[in-house]
Design a protein around this ligand. Structure first.
Ligand SMILES: Cc1ncc(COP(=O)(O)O)c(C=O)c1O
Length: 390
């Protein structure tokens, strides 16, 4: 077992931070790099925006922002020209909804495991265009990835225009077999949109191989960058018709595809500029090994939880990233349990509902220890016992 790395993070040493998945956590050196970029900006905002970071009013697209884009593109095996920096996945998915043309009768196919606000975005989009959002129920426990692909694909019909899927589902923490579905959809001429909010830094992303039309991911979760750092990759076949949601100087100057989509007037890009530092930090501390160790702790933990709760495992290990969810007893009040963990134990944990069922999502990182995992288990079971729920 490798030494614990909590001291490298800015996390309060007095709390047990056991929910990396919601907002991530940023290591000190990466955060310092981010702040240095902000200080540079304030020394001479004109020089910073027009000459240093990129030539905003020229066609010069060189500079540190392009270096950050290149570094991230290499990391996810994507072409950098199609990679747009976005503040978060919510904005990226709204930008796609804005630009997608739907006609009355078209269908958008999705699942009942999608993130609430993303589903709401596409509900609104469908309503305003007369299209239908069709939600395919994926029952738990899931069986095999091949079964899921077949079950999902059975719902595709000639009206299916768009497929919208999470790469890793939010509440249920399952890696969905998006690659197979994207390949089939490309052959069938259906647009694929992958919500990879939890993807980058947790999965070995290969965007070239995935062949999604749109892939978006939050760097501020598992890549360890400061908040407000996401990307949207657009497949070459979609670039010509993909209209920017925000009109800016880029509309007039027509720089590169990515700049056309991310120039939003005055905008602090410091968080994006710290991406190379986050990648270097991960390399320095051999992050793939850290991920693997935290994932083992998650897997060990979900078995202990399921045993104590008498709850069935939701999937086999092949579905799991560095997170895993376990259903809680039906009558559990998620908010009350969440408050109990925080008020009595200083534990930050992810307790929510999926389809009205209370659920706990375990999502650890290199700053968590087996002792903390035991404390979470003890605190949860004590609450459930006190409330006669187990
Ligand atoms: C699957 C999924 N999609 C989208 C989001 C939204 O991310 P953000 O709030 O950074 O836009 C989340 C957030 O946790 C998520 O889990």
């Amino acid at each position: 077992m490798q030494p614990n790395l909590k001291h490298l993070f800015l996390l309060d040493p007095n709390i047990h931070y056991m929910n990396h998945g919601s907002f991530g956590a940023c290591p000190r050196p990466v955060f310092e790099d981010f702040q240095n970029w902000q200080l540079e900006l304030e020394k001479n905002p004109i020089d910073y925006f027009t000459r240093q970071v990129r030539g905003l009013f020229t066609r010069d697209t060189g500079g540190p922002l392009e270096e950050a884009r290149e570094a991230l593109a290499r990391f996810v095996n994507a072409d950098s020209e199609g990679l747009i920096f976005s503040p978060n996945v919510t904005v990226a998915l709204n930008a796609i909804a804005f630009a997608t043309q739907l006609e009355p009768g078209d269908e958008v196919l999705t699942t009942n495991h999608e993130y609430g606000t993303i589903q709401a975005t596409w509900e609104r989009k469908c309503k305003s265009s007369g299209a239908l959002l069709r939600v395919v129920p994926l029952a738990l426990p899931v069986t095999t990835q091949a079964d899921l692909v077949e079950l999902f694909w059975e719902q595709v019909n000639p009206r299916t225009k768009v497929i919208l899927l999470s790469h890793i589902t939010s509440a249920t923490a399952l890696i969905l077999p998006v690659e197979d579905i994207c390949h089939r959809a490309r052959q069938a001429g259906i647009i694929t949109i992958i919500d990879g909010a939890h993807g980058v830094g947790q999965l070995n992303l290969d965007i070239e191989a995935l062949q999604a039309d749109f892939y978006t991911s939050n760097c501020h979760k598992w890549l360890l960058t400061p908040k407000g750092t996401a990307f949207l990759h657009v497949h070459p076949s979609q670039r010509e018709s993909f209209e920017p949601m925000v009109v800016s100087w880029a509309e007039i100057n027509q720089p590169s595809f990515s700049l056309r989509h991310e120039m939003w007037g005055t905008r602090d890009m410091a968080a994006f500029l710290s991406i190379p530092k986050a990648l270097a930090f991960r390399e320095q501390y051999n992050w793939p090994a850290r991920n693997a160790e935290a994932r083992s702790l998650v897997i060990e933990s979900r078995i202990k939880f399921a045993d104590i709760l008498g709850s069935e495992l939701l999937c086999d290990e092949s579905w799991l990233p560095q997170m895993a969810s376990v259903l809680l007893p039906e009558k559990t009040n998620p908010l009350e349990l969440w408050n109990h963990l925080w008020d009595d134990y200083s534990i930050e944990a992810m307790i929510t509902r999926w389809q009205d069922k209370p659920i706990i999502r375990l999502g650890f990182n290199a700053y968590n220890t087996p002792d903390e995992m035991d404390l979470l288990l003890e605190a949860t079971s004590r609450y459930l016992q006190q409330n006669a729920l187990i």
